[in-house]
Design a protein around this ligand. Structure first.
Ligand code: PLP
Length: 394
């Protein structure tokens, strides 16, 4: 029998993918530059030249089995150590390669982390709305239930009062995502400290640890702030990282899980991470890009372009009267729709060839997500369309 849940997941495309595919067809009809596609978070800034140089160097290695062969399941020791060194240099921590497990990007980091802590159907994992849509798929596929903490208006930061009321003895973890997709909000140190205090208190009350699974693919993409490094505030944290966004390598599927040495029993958790990776069929992360990371872990692409885009789109849209929180990171803007139904708003936006993502699946209806990892010209040229869209509501 075909698994009906998997059939449903596979046959119903994500809203984002559906809009992205529509955009490709529409561009063929009316021309690339006439469609303002803000649907997908595909980095638009090139990876630094050092990545290509390293790939060329690796292609010359003899025998080639060294760069195309398996590494150990947790990753090549040099790549793991390079990641630990990079974190230690930036955050004053003292990790070693033994704390790092290489993965096929943040999605794999998340599923492996969830598999490491969920072991029964009665358990739940909490997320803060608005949240990255795939969290629901990942959590439910592990057999746990998702508890969505309602959004906190107007700042779209952490709704910690609601969180404290909702957390219960079946909660095994909470997913944190800062800088956030879809809002671009970076959670403050004060909020992280309060979250840690609640989690410590509730872990003691319920008699089991409640983990933070910190999803950080946008950690380096910030505009004038540094997101608090979570392991310094809460020991029972798993850090899920990916080189998809900051280093512009989403297609190479490379990232890691950090199991920090401050976590009590971190060696056992590391073993569980290895077990979860094994049970999910991850043999090792792509070897060639592990070796790229050995050299390039501290690098990023030229992120200043996203900062310029942030200003262009935020200033442009607020001048036209749209309401949104000014993002401090990532490359998304979360904009209030001009009617209650975000799907209807997006369909109307399509008439102006503006491709926006409705917020319902992010757990916060009435908004759209704009992925501004596009060219500056796309943003500039889209402004008359946004203006016409706003005027159509007057
Ligand atoms: N988490 C968030 C918040 C994301 O936005 C994404 C991708 O867009 C992922 C995880 C998955 O990242 P990766 O492509 O590295 O698997």
């Amino acid at each position: 029998m075909i698994n009906p849940k998997m059939y449903e997941l596979g046959s119903r495309r994500s809203v984002i993918r559906e809009i992205f595919e529509y955009g490709k067809l529409r561009k063929q009809e009316v021309g690339e530059d006439k469609v303002y596609d803000f649907s997908i978070g595909n980095p638009s800034v090139e990876a630094p030249a050092a990545v290509a140089e390293r790939v060329k160097e690796l292609l010359e290695v003899n025998p080639s089995t060294l760069v195309h062969g398996y590494t150990s399941a947790q990753g090549d020791p040099k790549a793991r150590q390079a990641i630990a060194d990079d974190l230690n240099n930036r955050f004053g921590t003292s990790f070693t390669g033994s704390n790092v497990y290489l993965t096929c990007g943040a999605a794999a980091s998340l599923t492996i982390s969830l598999r490491s802590v969920i072991d029964s159907e009665n358990q739940n994992v909490m997320v803060f709305a608005p949240f990255f849509t795939e969290y629901r798929v990942f959590i439910e596929s592990m057999g746990a239930s998702i508890q969505v903490v309602p959004a906190s208006f107007p700042k779209l930061d952490l709704n910690l009062d609601a969180f404290e009321n909702m957390i219960n003895d079946k909660t095994v973890a909470v997913i944190l995502n800062s800088p956030n997709n879809p809002t671009g909000v970076v959670y403050s140190e004060e909020q992280i400290m309060r979250l840690a205090e609640i989690l410590n208190r509730k872990s003691a009350e319920f008699g089991h640890p409640i983990y933070i699974i910190s999803d950080e693919p946008y950690r380096e993409i910030t505009y004038g702030c540094v997101p608090p490094f979570i392991t310094k505030y809460y020991a029972n944290s798993l850090i899920c990282y990916s080189y998809s966004k900051g280093l512009s390598l989403p297609g190479e599927r490379i990232g890691y899980i950090l199991v920090p040495d401050v976590m009590p029993e971190w060696q056992n958790m590391y073993a569980a991470v290895c077990g979860a990776g094994r049970s999910l069929g991850f043999i090792c992360a792509p070897t060639m890009f592990q070796h790229v990371i050995t050299k390039c872990a501290p690098l990023t692409s030229d992120l200043s372009k996203y900062a310029a885009n942030r200003d262009l789109i935020y200033n442009g849209l607020t001048e036209l009267g749209y309401e949104c929180v000014r993002p401090d990171g990532a490359f998304y803007l979360f904009v209030k729709c001009l009617e209650d139904d975000a799907n209807a708003f997006c369909m109307r936006a399509r008439k102006y060839d503006l491709l926006l993502v409705p917020s319902d699946d992010f757990g916060c209806p009435g908004y759209v997500r704009i992925a501004y990892c596009v060219s500056a010209d796309t943003i500039k040229n889209s402004m008359p369309a946004f203006k016409a869209l706003a005027e159509s509501y007057k």
